[in-house]
Ligand binder design. Structure first.
Ligand SMILES: N[C@@H](CCC(=O)N[C@@H](CS)C(=O)NCC(=O)O)C(=O)O
Length: 242
């Protein structure tokens, strides 16, 4: 039995980032599934692993932690994964750190907002989001995609150079979420589309299929949200619509 346990719902982008990285770098771990839409993260038991009751979370013996990027870095250090994931070269590593920091204030909130207002609104409120609201979120997301392509990727194969790093995995896990909203964000970004293919091949095409299945299952679960989760989600949507 592996020492490390990960608590994941593959329908969640930060969980997918941790999962893609752990699987692609062949880290042994126990996968504890926590289904968010069923409220499994709200249990007492899960609260002992991550008191903020968010996934992903990690348990290694008596040690527990949350926060996807910090979990990935914990795994990098514990398992001394191949250098390309988080390069030891000072400046290459700084580029990974730079993207990870940018991601949390740009890509993550942008994709999160699109997911909630486009994919969750109908199931939570019973009606589609207004075109004005959707367009505003799409415009924000275009600015983010343009920056990923032109500022970070430029003409390189991967976000920080010639080899795949944790920056690519983290970015891809979130951008991939937009497909559930019926959007092809890569359509207008040919360099990003080619990058997606390279990341898929570097991480493993099968892993991407698994993630896709989780998103398909999410669509089914969305249709039968427990009433208490609907209430919780309404409050979240109100935040986005403020
Ligand atoms: N900054 C955290 C974000 C974690 C997070 O927000 N996870 C969401 C799923 S994508 C969650 O568990 N939400 C449950 C809730 O807010 O009730 C990370 O990167 O791990």
């Amino acid at each position: 039995m592996p020492d490390v346990a990960l608590y994941l719902d593959l329908a969640s982008p930060p969980c997918r980032a941790v999962y893609f990285f752990a699987k692609a770098s062949k880290i042994p771990f126990k996968n504890n599934v926590v289904q968010l839409l069923k409220g499994e993260h709200l249990t007492e038991e899960f609260g002992k692993v991550n008191p903020s009751r968010k996934v992903p979370a990690l348990k290694d013996g008596d040690f527990t932690m949350g926060e996807s990027n910090a979990i990935i870095l914990y795994l990098v250090r514990k398992f001394k994964t191949p250098d390309h994931w988080y390069p030891s070269d000072l400046q290459k590593r700084a580029r990974v750190d730079e993207y990870l920091a940018w991601h949390l204030t740009n890509t993550r909130p942008g994709t999160y907002k699109l997911f909630w207002i486009k994919a969750m609104t109908p199931y939570v409120t019973g009606h589609e989001v207004t075109p004005e609201r959707l367009n505003a979120a799409l415009c924000e997301f275009k600015t983010i995609s343009t920056a990923i392509q032109d500022v970070f990727l430029q003409d390189k194969p991967f976000l920080v150079g010639d080899e795949v790093s944790i920056a690519d995995v983290v970015a891809m896990a979130d951008i991939g979420q937009t497909c559930i909203s019926g959007l092809d964000v890569f359509e207008d970004y040919p360099k990003l589309a080619a990058w997606r293919q390279r990341v898929k091949e570097a991480v493993g095409v099968e892993l991407f299929k698994e993630a896709q299945e989780a998103l398909t299952n999410l669509k089914e679960t969305q249709k039968e949200l427990p009433p208490e989760m609907k209430e919780k989600f309404k409050a979240k949507l109100d935040d986005f619509n403020r």
